[in-house]
Ligand binder design. Sequence first.
Ligand code: CUO
Length: 666
Amino acid sequence: TEPCFMAKGEKKTVFDIPTEYLAPRYQPLGVELFNRFGEEAGERIKVKKISLPSLGKILNLPRHSNFSLFLPFHREIAGLLIDIFMGMRNTDELQSMAVYARDRVNPYLFNYCLCVSLLHRTDTQDLDVPTFMQAFPDKFVDGKVLAKVREEANIVPVGSRMPIEIPIDFTASNLEEEHRLAYFREDIGLNLHHWHWHLVYPFNGPRQIVAKNRRGELFYYMHEQIMARYNFERFCNALKRVTRFNDFRAPIKEAYFPKLDSMIASRAYPARVANQPIKDLNREQDQVKADIGTLERWRDRILAAIHSGVVQDERGGTIALTEFEGIDVLGNIIESSIISPNRAFYGDIHNYGHVFISYCHDPDHRHLESFGVIGDSTTAMRDPAFYLWHAYIDDIFQQFKATLPRYTVNQLNYDGVTVASCSVQSQGAPLNELQTFWQQSDVDLSRGVDFQPRGSVFVRFTHLNHQPFNYTINVNNSGAARQGTCRIFIAPAADERGNPWLFQDQRTLFVELDRFVVNLRQGQNTITRRSDQSSVTIPFERTFRNLEANRPTGGDALEQFNFCGCGWPQHLLIPKGTPEGIRCQLFVMISNYADDRVVQDTNVPCNDASSYCGIKDKLYPDRRSMGYPFDRSPRDGVSTLQQFVTPNMRVQPVTIRFTNRTVQRQ
Ligand code: CUO
């Protein structure tokens, strides 16, 4: 498998490597290895000899093991390797170091650390990085499909190869009702977004790349939105909201059989059968020894901090959980990363939840099995248990939000600004009807699968998509010309029973669709906005960036590639809906830009998916608490959405209709 920054196109780039940089086993073969690739070589790159730091502990993770960001030991050695890559004085040295490490270090660990470094070093901003899916297709695609890809590539010459179809229904049958959500959980673009998010916000490494602006709060908000979106999708599939995993001793009802084969570990990802509980862990090889009691203790301390309003820091002092910054501190504690103010006391609850669930099939390693998919940020969202766990994590954050002062009418209203109407128009649909359908798209997997002769092999996968649509929003401004932030959300109109919502419950189901600045003249204003301009999403081409062909607009430098891979996939912007049309409420608000504004230049590449990902090297571009205005309990006397709205907000009933047809991407 190729590492992060190797060859492009048909011809391989060949590195001319000092013999001692090869792994000891290959050193005697050095020249021969070079000749083997010689005839199909394109560019030859001479790798300089440098004085190499010792890799030490980093080598303790075997090359043919799986790698997980949630495991403390793996995170620690990842931090060490990122430090080494970040510390190289120039790109020549980085290249030498990377070449040396590549043959020795676990490939997943290597790829992750190199990608984090390329993303954060100032001198590697113009490097072209292939999509992670192309580097490690085994983390995204049914193992059977990969076997077919190899077969096609070995037998059929380039030009006559057919795309290999990934069936949409490969992990379970309809006997399992949770399987109705497989199209969402197993969406390749969704899993790529999640992996990129954790790449942009690493747990370990040099402090300046971990301690990003409002990182803890964004951890809360991005995952809160995953939950809101997942619950919305469940409603579309006649399922109730996720039940949070709040009793760590109870069995986990939902099973999951991933059917992914790790190419590097040469093993299938283990399955989790129905009704497994988590168990105390003692896995020497992974350096994991933890009791469920530990998890419970961390939880109790965190809840105590929330309810007392203060956190104990490492030096015996306290940090107040304040109205605006408290959520960020709490996010860092719960996630947790190295910027948690007191890891010894508050522990590592969220990451360990992933670890406990991922090892429930082999808690003491007696069967020599590795972790399940929930143990790896690349694959975690495939497992229904991910949502049980994150529902619980979100519930902790919501307990904190419940302690905050309610927004007053003054904090919500924008005096003199009235949203008179809003509507959505999809191509070829009735007004205020959004339409969804299946789409088939092809992605080239040839980078990540070794075969001869080379050349493209495509897989064809089926994913949800929607008709593009426009918003039209009419706003009256009785004051002078001014600016506002337009915030657009959507939620189901009724609860699981079909009853109207209490606002307190519905607010956690609002899914952000867009956020943008508007200029208001005095009097009437008509705002129009296209669905593909959303501040939440990135275009399909960027999620699956086919190299060369699809560079982001706004600059020829490729700097943005890694960061730019973070963003909700455009094809999942709108939940699936139902054949008869699910009733929803579209919510539009214009808030006072004077209270929202962050003074900085955001006219930088890759600034278009800031809602869930932020903007590279910038402050989060909205000063309000993330999730505003739905992040807190409502003021007294408000029990419905209608009572909540102030004149600068508007609620428009819309429906989402799903048609069971499949279109091909052109
Ligand atoms: Cu993204 Cu639990 O944090 O997976």
